[in-house]
Design a protein around this ligand. Structure first.
Ligand SMILES: Cc1ncc(COP(=O)(O)O)c(C=O)c1O
Length: 380
């Protein structure tokens, strides 16, 4: 089996699993308990909080553990709208559904502005700039790296425009953190979402990094965990795993990025030779591990199923939207034609991939294209 779907999820790194195991087996106490075993669990959370903070150069007290990137995005948007009296929301057209849907949820009570993107997927800065000097309390949410195209927005310079205007800036860095260097302090943002399972950590754990001047209304009420910002008994093993994954990502960020870049270059050199191929956001600064492409005349869903039948896992768009037959909203926003968008396949590399696997993918792609073209000739 060949796995090229690391933007959807990554395997848990063996060192991460080893670090988690004691907290599933022997150190199972509740971290809020005052006895020794409870204190051991609490110390493990404290250590993980430091590791996650270090990945993005934040202070441990700025980390709120959540159940993943989706909850972090919800908490950032719902929490600051309700806690800070926000009456205007500005987001990008290519955001992940966990930002898009929560923004739409508020559209009845909050003015919602969706920024357009150019053909590379970069947000329209002129459209955004007109909100900067407004007196209306505004929350801006722009993702750092897109999960489909891998396109990286220059958040530091975009957010700098809002720094002195009293507006709140959130960035969804779920796909960026651990793959590129992220420095919360230098980004000029107030809120940032992270998720462990994109960086070889477990699923169901993430974090919201927050600037302490932001009053976040909690979504979960109860035992007052996470300094009352996210009640509920902490998922100690998952938090420990997130911490270890964050540490590994930080320590190896440069070598990992180079290794993955080599795979991407190797793949795209061969991909370019296929007739009519279009690599989306090709000219923009993109994540090293992501290649989203279209093959004119091919149906992406059919190709995905044929690759799947041969043991190769890719996706035809955002995994979170894979139950929907609508073409990717990201490609639509970039002005890609519906026909090309429907042919789109996303390949996202990870640390275990090899050039031999890429050769196999290219071989299967060539075979499928030939087969589909010959069927079309027969039909004709
Ligand atoms: C950009 C982005 N934001 C948020 C999420 C949601 O993260 P999680 O799966 O941890 O809820 C994802 C997951 O695919 C993502 O790619």
């Amino acid at each position: 089996l060949i796995y090229f779907d690391h933007n959807a999820s990554t395997p848990v790194h063996p060192d991460v699993l080893a670090e988690m195991m004691p907290y599933l087996q022997s150190c199972y106490a509740n971290p809020s308990s005052v006895h020794k075993q409870g204190r051991v669990a609490r110390e493990a959370i404290d250590k993980a909080r430091e590791q996650v903070a270090q990945l993005v150069n934040a202070h441990p007290s700025q980390v709120i553990f959540t159940s993943g990137g989706t909850e972090a995005n919800n908490l950032a948007i719902k929490g600051s709208i309700r806690g800070m009296g926000i009456s205007r929301l500005v987001t990008g057209a290519t955001e992940h559904p966990s930002v898009r849907d929560v923004s739409n949820y508020f559209a009845a009570s909050t003015e919602l502005n969706v920024l357009s993107v150019d053909e590379q997927g970069l947000i329209n800065i002129d459209e955004l700039s007109r909100f900067s000097s407004s007196k209306i309390p505004t929350l801006i949410s722009v993702m750092m790296a897109n999960n489909e195209t891998g396109v990286i927005q220059d958040i530091a310079s975009i957010a700098a425009r809002f720094k002195n205007d009293g507006h709140i800036f959130h960035t969804d860095a779920v796909q960026a953190a651990g793959k590129i260097k992220v420095d919360f302090g230098k980004l000029n943002v107030n809120l940032m979402s992270l998720s462990a399972h994109k960086i070889y950590g477990p699923k169901g754990i993430g974090a919201l990094i927050f600037d302490k001047c932001i009053d976040l209304e909690p979504m979960m009420h109860g035992g007052g965990q996470e300094k009352k910002r996210r009640s509920g008994t902490e998922n100690v093993a998952a938090i420990v795993g997130f911490g270890k994954a964050a540490e590994l990502a930080r320590l190896n960020i440069e070598s990992n990025a180079q290794e993955i870049k080599n795979l991407q270059v190797y793949f795209e050199d061969q991909l370019q030779q296929l007739n009519g191929v279009v690599i989306f956001s090709e000219k923009a600064n993109r994540l090293n591990n992501t290649t989203f492409f279209g093959l004119p005349g091919i149906d992406g869903e059919t190709l995905l199923m044929q690759l799947d039948a041969q043991g190769v896992a890719v996706t035809s768009g955002s995994a979170c939207a894979s139950t929907s037959l609508a073409p990717s909203h990201v490609l639509m926003a970039m002005g890609v034609s519906e026909q090309i968008a429907r042919s789109a396949i996303r390949v996202s590399f990870g640390l275990q991939n090899t050039k031999a696997e890429i050769d196999q993918l290219i071989y299967i792609l060539k075979m499928q294209i030939e087969m589909i073209s010959s069927l079309e000739i027969l039909e004709f």
